[in-house]
Design a protein around this ligand. Structure first.
Ligand SMILES: *[C@@H]1O[C@H](CO)[C@@H](O)[C@H](O)[C@H]1NC(C)=O
Ligand SMILES: *[C@@H]1O[C@H](CO)[C@@H](O)[C@H](O)[C@H]1NC(C)=O
Ligand SMILES: *[C@@H]1O[C@H](CO)[C@@H](O)[C@H](O)[C@H]1NC(C)=O
Ligand SMILES: *[C@@H]1O[C@H](CO)[C@@H](O)[C@H](O)[C@H]1NC(C)=O
Ligand SMILES: *[C@@H]1O[C@H](CO)[C@@H](O)[C@H](O)[C@H]1NC(C)=O
Ligand SMILES: *[C@@H]1O[C@H](CO)[C@@H](O)[C@H](O)[C@H]1NC(C)=O
Ligand SMILES: *[C@@H]1O[C@H](CO)[C@@H](O)[C@H](O)[C@H]1NC(C)=O
Length: 541
């Protein structure tokens, strides 16, 4: 990894020399990175297989940055198939051009490179990046993202002695092309084979700590399918942040982290010197799989021994509902800006539209698919965003997905919701299946106002948290349950709403939300990047 911080004047001069017009604010520092994406043959679970590495690292390098920095990443695709990386939880304000999903970007062809440029505008927190197409995430290509507060903005806890990125996730011993072959053939994937922590099998990762000191763990579930319960033997987790929101600081013995979610916890090494198990075990699935790492005190005389610390029963959904409802926003903690985020009273705003998204698992043409409101998404050769920009007709139509299911038979389609710019919407994720779901929205964070069992109805609103619900970008939906979120559509662009369960997304459980400002203005949307890759019907532009 190469990372350079260069003063703004040098950068401005260099960019002028290149004759390139960048729509990034010049006053913020630049970070230039060069990422080489290749295959690597390693044995994460004891069987040699082909994984996706970045700069020979698996997981990929950390993207370590500060609010508003300009990130310039030249991504070289040395795989044998097209590639796109997406920045899970980075809002890409005004720049869905940089989102790295097939609805916004043409993929980087094998042997080619493409330079992403974006700013984590007014964002802080813990996130990750990953490949967004072709099931590549099942082979790796992911890594952690840390966005630190600018130095002038207070952090609501004392500086930790150190920070560790902890990427937890389920793993298959099969390579992603084999897994894809199974899905293309009409099958569902069986349960994963194991759980990795930072790319390693049980006992492969050690986190060193000094007795008496406090550490920040930035944990993301980068897996394909399984909810993981995270815990550390003999230590409590002080939850402080999730996906860019500082939370009310509560202690937990263990924390459920659903696929695609990120959390920061503080852990104090307050035990007698020793080594302690760190466990990430699967929930809502059988058999239970355990990922194990070790918390190692520098003066430890012992190695880990005895049974793993136990977590909640795998199917105890009450534990999960209670924990989910206890995770609240700290209204007095500032975040990226000096003024408290809590001054934005989302609970006082009138909802202008309620959208209900029902997930389902239909069989279409004899093959397993997954759907939202009875439509199983199919990608277009021309990215929706480019079709919109160049006014190419016949690629998608607005409101090609209803605001709630109509009871029609499931079909294939390219679903695009027409989101009214600046409208305030309520979105209900309704899960009538027995499998847990995890949903993500690009370009936004949303307030998770309620979670309940059964089928949502208007009475369910009585249980909403309209005061201090946490704001994040990925939420779980428990089996036979609903989750309600609210958001203001203030970020113009074409935004992916997807299942974070990889096979569900691959087989059609996603859609796009088009937030459009008819008045063309660089203040609401940055111009198309000069290096934008063209493909499909946009190729002649
Ligand atoms: C990427 O890595 C491959 C394999 O190590 C190497 O052949 C290639 O030259 C590298 N490309 C760049 C741009 O660094
Ligand atoms: C590809 O990489 C080269 C340097 O290796 C760079 O000059 C060029 O701008 C990159 N192309 C794109 C489209 O980012
Ligand atoms: C919220 O943040 C404030 C300001 O940083 C901090 O003093 C307070 O302890 C936090 N409250 C909770 C409940 O975590
Ligand atoms: C992927 O896995 C399958 C089944 O194990 C194997 O036959 C195939 O050669 C692998 N592909 C690559 C490129 O390693
Ligand atoms: C969950 O809570 C409900 C109501 O509080 C109770 O009826 C049910 O038995 C509980 N289930 C479990 C598994 O604890
Ligand atoms: C919301 O709607 C209520 C009832 O229609 C109205 O009294 C109130 O002023 C509205 N609030 C806002 C912020 O528009
Ligand atoms: C809404 O759902 C609740 C709980 O499932 C149920 O008791 C109630 O009768 C429903 N109300 C309506 C209006 O359907």
């Amino acid at each position: 990894m190469t990372m350079t911080l260069i003063p703004r004047f040098a950068v401005a001069a260099a960019l002028l020399l290149l004759g390139t017009i960048y729509e990034i604010q010049a006053e913020d520092p630049y970070q230039f990175l060069d990422w080489n994406v290749t295959y690597l043959h390693i044995a994460p679970l004891g069987v040699t297989q082909r994984v996706i590495a970045i700069n020979q690292q698996f997981p990929g390098p950390e993207l370590d940055t500060v609010t508003n920095n300009n990130i310039v990443i030249n991504v070289h695709n040395n795989l044998d198939e097209p590639l796109l990386l997406t920045w899970n939880g980075i809002q890409q304000r005004r720049t869905s051009w940089q989102d790295g999903v097939l609805g916004t970007n043409c993929p980087i062809q094998p042997g080619r490179n493409w330079t992403y440029q974006f700013q984590p505008k007014d964002q802080i927190g813990t996130f990750f990046y990953c490949p967004s197409t072709l099931l590549q995430k099942a082979a790796g290509g992911f890594g952690g993202i840390r966005i630190h507060n600018r130095i002038i903005i207070a952090v609501p806890f004392l500086p930790p002695a150190d920070e560790y990125t902890v990427l937890i996730g389920d793993w298959y011993k099969l390579n992603h092309t084999s897994l894809r072959g199974a899905l293309d053939g009409g099958w569902k994937l069986r349960s994963p084979d194991g759980i990795l922590i930072n790319g390693r099998a049980p006992f492969g990762t050690f986190f060193s700590v000094q007795q008496g000191k406090t550490y920040r763990l930035r944990i993301s579930n980068v897996g394909s399918a399984l909810t993981l319960n995270f815990r550390i033997q003999g230590h409590r987790l002080l939850l402080v942040e999730t996906e860019g929101s500082y939370t009310q600081q509560n202690f937990y013995d263990s924390l459920d982290i659903h696929v695609g979610q990120s959390y920061s916890v503080l852990v104090t090494a307050n035990q007698a010197p020793g080594d302690f198990y760190i466990v990430a075990s699967s929930r809502f699935d059988t058999p239970v799989l355990n990922g194990v790492a070790v918390l190692h005190y520098s003066n430890s005389p012992l190695s880990v021994s005895g049974p793993l610390p136990s977590g909640p029963a795998p199917w105890d959904v009450n534990f999960s509902f209670n924990q989910a409802r206890s995770i609240k926003w700290n209204l007095t903690a500032g975040a990226a800006r000096p003024n408290p985020q809590g001054s934005f009273h989302y609970g006082m705003i009138n909802v202008s539209r309620t959208i209900k998204l029902f997930n389902s698992a239909p069989v279409l043409n004899g093959k397993q698919r997954f759907a939202v409101n009875d439509i199983s998404y199919t990608n277009t050769d021309t990215p929706l965003k480019l079709a919109d920009y160049f006014k190419i007709s016949g690629i998608f139509s607005l409101n090609s997905i209803p605001d709630s299911p109509l009871g029609n038979s499931p079909t294939f389609g390219t679903s695009v919701l027409d989101g009214g710019y600046r409208s305030f919407i309520e979105l209900i994720f309704q899960n009538n299946e027995d499998k847990i779901q995890s949903w993500h929205i690009d370009g936004y964070t949303f307030f998770v106002v309620g979670l309940g069992s059964g089928v949502w109805n208007t009475t369910s609103r009585q249980s909403y948290n309209l005061v201090d619900a946490v704001s994040r970008s990925t939420t779980q939906v428990y089996p036979q349950s609903w989750t309600a979120v609210m958001l203001e559509l203030d970020n113009v662009g074409m935004w992916n709403i997807r299942s974070q369960t990889l096979q569900r997304q691959y087989l059609g459980q996603e859609l796009y939300l088009r937030v459009y400002n008819p008045e063309v203005s660089f203040r609401t949307e940055a111009p198309i990047p000069s290096n934008a890759i063209m493909c499909g019907k946009a190729a002649q532009h």
